[in-house]
Design a protein around this ligand. Structure first.
Ligand code: ATP
Ligand code: MG
Length: 411
């Protein structure tokens, strides 16, 4: 990508009404744009990070046999009435709208109802199960507060996976496979070491759900943990009975802040029963399908990565999700010529930003840091005297001189 060709510009200051570090930095660096409170656009760089996060999730879910699809954002109220979730008292985050021809529609805050209803057309026998389907979808939630930047928004991207099995036993097998996939996903996203599977409230249909909480000072949730016993729980389930279940006492727990990056649930028959998703068993009996659901907040994950890695110079991205790997910065006539050649030679790999703007060197240096690209590569008349480039690791700040041939061979 040539910086001279993109319409996006870095900004010296973030909007005054933007309180969260993640959104401030992403706006200044030109990754996102703010529409209104809790509603953000993804610009080319931001979208590339989102796509990389999605691809990691996709690879790990496909590896456990899940199939990707895409449901609609517009919702039929009739389905949600059957599960008693259309009522604003029961589900307080609805955005609702109306058809021109009359009648209500909803903008999906989640997708249990439509996916369960859809499968009624395809599942009839035990031979049709299990089914494991997922999507990346925009969710709409009328959140009361939106103060955490892209970590809590009114329109956001979620990965939601749903499992449909004949019984609890097969459900448990799949649940454990998803847990494995989630561990690999958070590891690859660069937040694995701070992300814990946490006991949280599961609602009426099962005792607990598991949340994935990334420990973070600006996280909205309060969590309690005991590293020796590897127990982490959300404050919302901090009750004597739960502590007894988990084999810890209150005194053994320390408090911390967490950001919920995922949540997995055993749904049992909560949606399949009222929506009538049934199958015929081996013995010919009509049985209700057993369900689970598994979410990851894709756009929230981006916010968490930013919060975790950013420093006083700007964004810092782990290589796996960085929009580009290299930021090529040229200086002097020879340096610029050589940088152009290298960029042209490797532009198809699409991992390089060439800062070919007509700007001061200091400004380019500043932006190379603000953008958080893992490696800055300086090619100048001076480095070329010894046939070298200067490579700086954005995260550690370490600078190395490497021969230009060796650098090119590594691309
Ligand atoms: P929270 O408790 O933070 O409001 P939730 O428990 O209501 O979230 P889920 O229904 O479990 O959210 O949704 C799955 C995932 O989607 C969450 O774990 C979170 O990562 C993400 N998510 C939920 N609400 C938002 C939001 N308003 N903005 C961005 N991401 C969100
Ligand atoms: Mg949740």
């Amino acid at each position: 990508m040539r910086l001279s060709k993109t319409f996006v510009k870095t900004l010296r200051e973030a909007p005054k009404d933007e309180a969260a570090k993640n959104a401030q930095l992403l706006i200044r660096a030109g990754y996102i744009h703010k529409e209104i409170a809790g509603v953000y656009d993804y610009l080319p760089l931001g979208l590339r990070v989102i796509e990389k996060i999605k691809q990691i999730i996709r690879e790990e879910l496909n590896a456990i046999g899940a199939e990707e699809m895409q449901l609609t954002a517009l919702q039929n109220p009739e389905l949600w009435k059957k599960t008693d979730r259309w009522d604003d008292q029961k589900m307080d985050v609805w955005f609702k709208t109306e058809l021109a021809a009359g009648g209500e529609l909803g903008l999906a805050p989640t997708h249990e109802e439509p996916v369960t209803n859809l499968l009624r057309d395809y599942v009839s026998s035990y031979r049709d199960l299990p089914v494991l389907v997922y999507q990346f979808q925009t969710k709409f939630r009328n959140e009361l507060r939106a103060k955490s930047g892209i970590m809590r928004t009114r329109e956001f991207l979620m990965k939601d996976l749903y499992s449909f099995t004949t019984d609890e036993e097969d459900h448990k097998r799949i649940y454990a496979e998803v847990e494995g996939a989630y561990k690999r996903i958070y590891d690859r996203l660069g937040i694995g070491e701070d992300t814990y599977e946490t006991f949280a409230s599961g609602g009426v249909f099962s005792k607990y759900s598991h949340e994935y909480q990334t420990l973070l000072p600006v996280g909205e949730d309060t969590v309690y943990y005991n590293s020796d016993k590897s127990v982490v729980l959300n404050k919302e389930v901090m009750e004597p009975e739960v502590l007894k279940d988990l084999g810890v006492t209150e005194g053994e727990l320390s408090e911390d802040r967490g950001a919920e990056v995922g949540n997995i649930f055993t749904l049992k028959y909560k949606y399949s029963e009222p929506l009538g998703l049934k199958y015929q068993s081996n013995e010919g009996a009509s049985e209700t399908v057993f369900m689970g659901c598994y979410g990851i907040g894709v756009s929230r994950v981006l916010g968490v990565i930013v919060e975790k890695y950013a420093d006083d110079k700007g964004l810092v991205f782990p290589e796996a999700v960085a929009p580009y790997k290299y930021y090529l910065l040229a200086m002097g006539e020879q340096g610029s010529k050589r940088a152009e050649e290298i960029y042209e030679q490797f532009k198809d790999k699409d991992e390089m930003i060439l800062d070919d703007r007509d700007a001061r060197f200091g400004e380019k240096m500043g932006d190379s840091e603000l953008l958080g690209i893992p490696y800055r590569v300086i090619i100048s008349d001076r480095t070329l005297e010894t046939g070298e480039v200067e490579i700086t690791n954005r995260r550690t700040g370490e600078t190395q001189r490497v021969s230009i041939d060796k650098f090119v061979a590594s691309l």
